[in-house]
Design a protein around this ligand. Structure first.
Ligand SMILES: [Zn+2]
Length: 387
């Protein structure tokens, strides 16, 4: 096997059953491949009480500027019932030009493409002058506390300074040239409790029904949009995710009602300003009639955007050169490790087609893995040797 063959790399990575937080040989394999290509590598393990220890990998080739960083994760979500898969989820089987396995698109296929592109580039251009780095974590699909966020701090403390970063998450909805992510929405979860007074449904004047109060508060939260959207973001969205009373009796007014909501918010807000706005709306709706509490879960997911400019255009051009499609610039989807990287350098996300991520029969087209490698290689060429 040649380390410049991204499909062989992806197959080997899929065969490591690296379900978070198990490393299962995936990072060790990346380290070996990078070290053989001349990268200086370091394995770093982080611990936090109450969460599993997590292994991470940092690698760098070159000492000069500019410094382009590839970021990603080798951990995967569990496969679920392996019997429901067309092929064993950790077999890395190719059938009709499609590579099957857990992590095929999220994101071992992307990691393989980055590795192969960087190795091809440094082999062909040994004196390229800048620096190429890898920041690979085993803790993206889990609690995300012993991975990218700590590895970035660790690198910063050692004096590492990155100029730009590409995170290889699967960003394309259907086709390889569909979409680059230039930012992400933030996420804020709130827990709402309405207090009432238990009683007999036939004697409501002796009770206080918290369901009625909760309906009033939820209606107020849903009544008005949070904002109208911004230049690069859709309007912020509040979803009620649960509403619980836990009352098995049809003749009892319950004592308490609970509800939870999650807001995916744009760059209009910070978690604190958004929480304050929610508190304001709840207080206005409750008046003196509803006794309630709201508590917000701690969040490290703020909204951010990497403003379009030379770097974003360079990546867009490279994608178009290989796919014939001009990728859209998007901030949709869930959170990712980009929310940590953005504190260190401008970051964009571009990887494989994500249609099957976290699903049974997760897969990636072999031709897409090869094309993504070529795209990354073009990015490296234009980044370090602009014509
Ligand atoms: Zn992922």
């Amino acid at each position: 096997m040649t380390s410049a063959d991204p499909v062989a790399l992806a197959e080997t990575l899929i065969r490591c059953p690296s379900v978070t937080p198990d490393e299962a040989g995936a990072l060790a394999f990346c380290e070996k491949v990078l070290a053989e290509a001349g990268f200086a590598t370091e394995r770093v393990t982080f611990s936090t009480p109450g969460t599993p220890d997590v292994e991470n990998l940092y690698a760098r080739c070159g000492t000069g500027a500019p410094y382009l960083l590839f970021a990603g994760h080798t951990d995967v979500v569990p496969p679920g019932d392996a019997g429901r898969w067309r092929h064993d989820p950790f077999s890395g089987t190719i059938e009709d030009g499609v590579l099957y396995g857990r992590g095929a698109c999220d994101m071992k296929g992307g990691v393989a493409a980055m590795l192969a592109a960087a190795i091809r580039f440094v082999m062909a251009n040994p004196g390229f002058g800048g620096s190429i780095g890898f920041l690979l974590t085993g803790d993206e699909e889990g609690p995300a506390v012993n991975g990218t966020v700590k590895l970035l701090e660790w690198a910063k403390a050692r004096g590492e300074r990155f100029d730009h970063c590409i995170l290889g998450e699967p960003t394309n909805p259907k086709h390889l040239g569909d979409m680059i992510k230039i930012g992400r929405r933030g996420s804020l979860t709130g827990h709402l409790t309405v207090h009432g007074r238990q009683g007999h449904v036939a004697y409501p004047h002796l009770a206080d029904n918290p369901v009625h109060g909760m309906v009033r508060l939820i209606s107020a939260l849903l009544a008005e949009p949070l904002d109208a959207g911004t230049a690069h973001f859709a309007p912020s969205n509040l979803e009620m995710t649960t509403f619980d009373v836990g009352n098995p009796a049809s003749n009892v007014i319950p004592a308490e009602a609970r509800a939870t909501f999650n807001i995916r918010f744009n760059d209009t807000w910070l978690p604190a300003t958004l929480a304050a706005e929610i508190e304001r709306r709840l207080a206005a709706a409750a008046g003196n009639a509803v006794r309630y509490e709201v508590a917000f879960a701690p969040t490290n997911a703020t909204a951010f955007v990497t403003e379009p400019g030379d770097f974003v255009t360079l990546v867009q051009d490279a994608v178009e050169a290989h796919t014939g499609r001009r990728p859209a610039l998007s901030t949709t989807g869930g959170t990712s490790d980009a929310r940590f990287i953005k504190d260190h350098c401008p970051v964009i996300e571009y990887g494989l087609v994500g249609e099957t991520m976290h699903q049974v029969d997760e897969c990636a087209r072999v031709s897409d893995i090869e094309a993504l490698t070529a795209i990354y290689e073009t990015v490296l060429g234009r980044y370090f040797m602009p014509s």
